[in-house]
Design a protein around this ligand. Structure first.
Ligand SMILES: NC(=O)c1ccc[n+]([C@@H]2O[C@H](COP(=O)([O-])OP(=O)(O)OC[C@H]3O[C@@H](n4cnc5c(N)ncnc54)[C@H](O)[C@@H]3O)[C@@H](O)[C@H]2O)c1
Length: 374
């Protein structure tokens, strides 16, 4: 199966399923540089095409100006020219870094993605947004530029940890809330809510989940590539989610999960969303071990000693981290989000499963809700 997204100036991005090892047929190794991280190279390096390989830091650390500068340096050393191609093999952090570097090198060279995480397959590799973090704010520097191709190989997900797998399910659940209908039903059946032991979907079910998410995202992106209107729906869960990610260091999907549940609760409190639909959504999140409230996200962050101590030092405090301190940190991080209109935030709010609208909500109201919400 193949999906094509037509971006600006008719630039097409071809998204297809197939083994990573076959990617050598789609690229000219003599003109390609491959960007990955050390872990991916160790596990999957044997399937890489025979081209120069550049290792970037693992995880969010890849999305820094220092990583970008190091990458530009290697592009220069390797003589990457206008007819070259940058191939990113990795999660969303690697594709964000490599996509931004490629779209700015020599004013833009072609790039392609072979995503290796579920989150990168259902979301980050599709849609043409490439972002870096700046001074602790997520995705403040970036470009809109479509990859020439995306190669999806779901067999690569076998080595993904349960936490990273669940993080990807959060973005798939977000797409299910936006689209409703068959895709929500597919996610519910893949989740099997009554199971006590969570089993991962089969390869076939995974391909349907990834393809469904890509189709939902592609349809929105084709109509509004540069996020002037409808594309804002895809930010469902991200207004509060980015605040949680910045304040706690939880994985992107876990932060978005708690942000999604919080957006749904806000919608219920404003009389937009039915409480029973909120229940259906939070049950799905909980089934994958994702936080379905800010409180649960904070409990999870507290259980992760590394991020809790990082946070303690960044707050300049040696006190035990309690809820209100962390909640303030989340609330403070929200205005750094880019979706602002004066003192209002343009927030995606579900009206029902399958219906999400953008509403201008006063920032102060969202911040107050963050302090009180479950
Ligand atoms: N550009 C977009 O439209 C968009 C959309 C959503 C998210 N994002 C960004 O994506 C990033 C998160 O991406 P992510 O969730 O893919 O995480 P990630 O890229 O940070 O990777 C997480 C970890 O998983 C490891 N890993 C990757 N693939 C693996 C595999 N197959 N087996 C074992 N380990 C593997 C990596 O080495 C890394 O340590 C965030 O920075 C987020 O802002 C971007």
């Amino acid at each position: 199966m193949e999906i094509t997204i037509r971006g600006r100036h008719g630039r097409a991005s071809r998204i297809a399923f197939g083994p990573l090892a076959g990617i050598g047929d789609a690229v000219d190794p003599g003109k390609t540089v491959l960007v990955t991280d050390r872990l991916i190279r160790r596990i999957y390096g044997a399937s890489f095409p025979p081209c120069p390989v550049i290792e970037a830091p693992r995880g969010e650390a890849a999305k820094s100006l220092a990583s970008l500068e190091a990458l530009y340096g290697r592009f220069l050393d390797l003589g990457l020219g206008r007819d070259g191609l940058v191939l990113a093999v990795g999660g969303g952090a690697i594709s964000d870094l490599a996509g931004f570097a490629a779209s700015t090198w020599l004013r833009g060279v072609d790039f392609g993605f072979a995503p290796t995480t579920l989150l990168a397959m259902v979301d980050a590799s599709v849609g043409g947004k490439n972002g870096l973090d700046f001074r602790g704010v997520k995705n403040l520097v970036g470009s809109f530029s479509q990859p020439r191709f995306v190669r999806m190989d779901v067999s690569l997900l076998a080595s993904l940890s349960d936490v990273e797998f669940a993080s990807g399910m959060a973005e798939a659940i977000k797409h299910a809330v936006i689209a409703g209908g068959q895709y929500f039903a597919l996610i519910e059946s893949a989740t099997g809510i009554s199971d006590s032991v969570r089993e991962r979907p089969s390869a076939e079910a995974l391909e349907r989940i990834v393809a469904g998410s890509v189709e939902i995202k592609a349809e929105v992106v084709e109509r509004d590539e540069r996020e002037s209107g409808e594309r804002r729906k895809l930010n469902l869960g991200h207004t509060v989610g980015h605040g949680i990610e910045t304040a706690t260091g939880l994985p992107h999907g876990h932060s978005v999960a708690a942000g999604l549940a919080t957006a749904c609760r806000l919608a219920v409190s404003l009389g937009r969303l039915d409480g029973a639909e909120l229940e259906r959504i939070t049950r799905l999140l909980a089934a994958w071990g994702l936080p379905s409230s800010i409180g649960e996200a904070l409990a999870l962050a507290g259980a992760r000693p590394a991020s809790a101590s990082d946070l303690a030092s960044s707050l300049g405090s040696s006190k035990t981290l309690d809820g209100p301190e962390l909640r303030s940190a989340i609330a403070v991080a929200i205005p750094a989000d880019k979706k602002r209109l004066g003192s209002d935030i343009l927030m995606a709010l579900p009206q029902a499963i399958g219906s999400v609208l953008i509403e201008a909500i006063p920032l102060a109201d969202i911040q107050a809700f963050v302090m009180e919400a479950p």
